[in-house]
Design a protein around this ligand. Sequence first.
Ligand SMILES: *Cc1c(COP(=O)(O)O)cnc(C)c1O
Length: 369
Amino acid sequence: MPKARETVLEIDLNALEHNYRYLRSKVDQGVKLMAVVKAFGYGSDVTGIAKKLTELGADYLAVAYTSEGVALRKAGIELPILVLHPQSYNFQELIENCLEPSLYSEFVLKEFINTAEELKQKDYPVHIKFNTGLNRLGFSENETDIVRDLLTGTKAVKAASFFSHLAASEDWREREFTLGQIHSFKRIALKLFDELGYRPLLHICNTSGIINYPEAAFDMVRTGIGLYGFGNEKLQDEKLKPIGTLKTIISQIHTLKKGESVGYNRAFIASKPSKTATLPIGHADGINRQYGNGRAGVIVNGKYAPIIGNVCMDMLMIDITGIDCKEGDEVIIFGGPQHATDFAAKGNTISYELITGISQRVKRVLVGE
Ligand SMILES: *Cc1c(COP(=O)(O)O)cnc(C)c1O
């Protein structure tokens, strides 16, 4: 791989392919795969990722908001796209872009039907979301009559799927709760199949659902974090390959005498003669202040160098005392020798937040095409 000459997030499409095949292998052949590419493909490069996933044979994409789906259409992506959390304000734009809404309450289902009827749609595909315990979005089990009446009362829309979302699929201590969610989802689906006289696709598993409850894959699984290389547990992390490596370079090196300080508020004071390096990446790029003051470090020529002092908006400083390096050398923030899960833990967070937080200022570079 080429050496970094500025701050870049390298996205390895071969790693994406590996993760895709691994997750596919966990469920039966006929099960469809919905690739979740919300939030710029979990902070990667959504267009590059979506093109590769199309090539690999993904059946569906999912985004959170309508604008994300519109951007994919503008980039020429033709796969069906589920919008997980559309606002009724966006319904017309959503239909104009052939995006498929998740409808999760009486209000949004009615609103969508109204829009679809006004736009003279027939059997427009919609996805009905049920709340089985996450208590975030979704019709509850005792609202199935509302769903039935609204769906049978119109020709403008047709349910393409019923789905629900697991609250703790990565947590074995919550196994009973998760099985309860799966059972409740099954009861809802069977009741509605009967009443509607047709059978939309069923899906409930996210990445950890696929890994821990593959028997609940139903017709489709929705995977996000796994595609990007994270399994929410050590054993699975070892099977997957993180697709992103965040790299930067050394801008400048300073030699400090004992007692000299580094950065704002003089938060670091050298306890001995030291060498420090300044890197062109800061909290505006997604490396938050929690990583500063020695809590996390980076990799310089194979050696661990702690982040010292307060992380600035556009820069941070590291202690390179005893490390053989020079200005312009490459530095790895996470990826490769430093797993992003471990880096995230040092900032008191999880992989999801770290990778989606890498700001759009950081250049994305695709490798392995
Ligand atoms: C984000 C999201 C997913 C993907 O979850 P991962 O844990 O990243 O696999 C699946 N379903 C819904 C409803 C989501 O919001």
